[in-house]
Design a protein around this ligand. Structure first.
Ligand code: PLP
Length: 475
């Protein structure tokens, strides 16, 4: 007696599922981009308790159509311009499917050598592909690992920074309350969360002022270090961002890095979205000074056509990271680990268990090749530039921030009410999805161009829709 799905049933349903996904990929642009359901509607369609006996799979798929699909916001729509992209692609989905099919737990090398070794090779490929410093290569003292998110990468960096600064004593004794962490006022909120989780405390986080382009002011950073040191505090980490979430601002890595190196402060670089652009040599000036970074992270799961979750995290000195996080219980002891000849990625991040995420990255890189990735990144940047040109040429709109890559920050000059009206109108129509930020107190629209299915036509239509809703606006 078995309740399991047989391989033959799986084959039948699996083929239908691939067909379903392929159909969805082909029609994703036809859905209203932003889900139109009211809060609670999806739950109200689901029974209050689980079935005692299993349901036929066909019934489950019918409920997917009826209940789940109306509650989906279509991130893969060509008309999705909100937040930052969270791309998927055919090769990535297939890699993820294979990972699910193999179902390995790659917590240590011995639990699936391929899971570790493909990952190590992929992260070394990325160093080379993205023009990152050789110090991040696993063949030297550094190395890379796939984390679930940039948030986890930041937390991991912070723990390593904390341990380096306190001689590995915080691990044993707990945080002391005199450690200080630096970000800019525009750094992603994940750093603030990391400071909480790592036991540093909100009061010990210094958000440094930014310049007119929303990039960290290094002089203000340096001055704050002096104030903190004179108060007997210990600076442990600074984060520089390549492509802030709000406005895609670029912190001056070289100057921040020089200060951090002089002061012995861990330098973490968060390039979550924009890091993908480094596949194109012409954008690498944006990471000038990255060789000072102790750690660096970017998310292939944002712009590099790789399904969530896949955040590439690199360190210059893996020993510090490993000694900060390694706890070896008896039940995980094994010959390969003790030989010292293998990597056990469980010591490189917070969780023990890990999926074979490198497969999807490998499939993506092999499918597109470096040239394919460059092609799409360059297209997105070019479309963002032409969108920005239209903004500049229109008498009622203006750019609100520089455009280093693919995020256009702009606003209608009539003020916040008009910009809110634009957002409500275009999002409410279901024809596209745009989000906003606040810059210098003003509501600013963010046009984020980087989806797998984004087209030049969709970008042009988005602009036309935005202008059209302002024509008869009574705000
Ligand atoms: N850092 C930056 C600059 C981001 O833009 C984001 C998300 O948009 C993050 C970190 C957090 O990313 P994740 O969801 O991978 O934690």
């Amino acid at each position: 007696m078995s309740y399991h799905m047989t391989p033959d049933e799986f084959r039948t349903q699996g083929k239908r599922m691939i067909d379903w996904i392929a159909d969805y990929m082909g029609s994703v642009g036809d859905y209203p981009v932003l889900s139109q359901v009211d809060p609670g509607w999806v739950q109200s369609q689901l029974p209050a308790s689980a079935p005692l006996q299993g349901d036929p799979f066909d019934d489950v798929m019918e409920d997917v159509e009826r209940i789940v699909m109306p509650g989906i916001t279509h991130w893969q729509s060509p008309n999705f311009f909100a937040y930052f992209p969270a791309n998927v692609s055919g090769p990535s989905i297939l890699g993820d499917l294979l990972s699910s099919g193999l179902g390995v737990q790659g917590m240590i090398w011995a639990t699936s050598p391929a899971c570790t070794e493909v990952e190590t090779r992929m992260l070394d490929w990325l160093v080379d592909m993205m023009g990152l410093p050789d110090s991040f290569l696993s063949t030297g003292r550094g190395g890379g690992v796939i984390q679930d998110t940039a948030s986890s990468a930041a937390l991991t960096a912070l723990i390593a920074a904390r341990e380096r600064a306190t001689g590995l004593t915080t691990n044993r004794e707990g945080a002391t309350g005199n450690l200080v962490v630096y970000t800019s006022t525009h750094t992603h909120s994940s750093l603030e969360k990391a400071v909480r989780v790592a036991g540093i405390g909100d009061a010990q986080l210094r958000a440094i002022e930014v310049d007119e382009n929303y990039a960290m002011l290094p002089d203000a950073f340096e001055a704050q270090i002096a104030i903190d040191r004179s108060a007997g505090l210990i600076p442990i980490m600074v984060t520089g961002t390549i492509g802030t979430t709000s406005s895609n601002a670029m912190d001056p890595l070289r100057t921040i890095g020089e200060i951090a190196a002089r002061e012995g402060i861990w330098f973490h670089v968060d390039a979550a979205m924009s890091g993908t652009a480094m596949v194109c040599p012409e954008f690498r000036h944006l990471i000038d000074g990255v060789e000072y970074a102790d750690s660096y992270c970017f998310n292939p799961h944002k712009w590099m056509f790789t399904n969530f979750d896949c955040s590439a995290f690199f360190v210059r000195d893996r020993e510090t990271l490993i000694s900060s996080l390694s706890v070896l219980p008896e039940y995980l002891r094994n010959k390969a680990t003790e030989s010292g000849a293998v990597i056990d990625y469980r010591d490189w991040h917070i969780p023990l268990g890990r999926r074979f995420r490198a497969l999807k990255l490998w499939f993506v890189i092999r499918h597109y090749g470096i040239e394919g990735l460059q092609h799409h990144v360059r297209e997105h940047v070019a479309w963002a530039r032409s969108f920005a040109d239209r903004v500049v040429m229109h008498p009622d709109f203006e750019l609100s921030a520089p455009l280093p890559l693919n995020l256009v920050c702009f606003r209608h000059t009539a003020g916040d009410a008009m910009n809110q009206h634009i957002l409500d109108s275009v999002n409410g129509s279901g024809e596209m999805y745009l989000t906003h930020t606040k810059l210098d107190g003003n509501t600013v629209l963010r046009m984020s161009i980087g989806g797998t299915n984004t087209t030049e036509l969709a970008v042009n239509q988005a602009w036309d829709r935005i202008v059209a809703v302002t024509d008869h606006a009574a705000v």
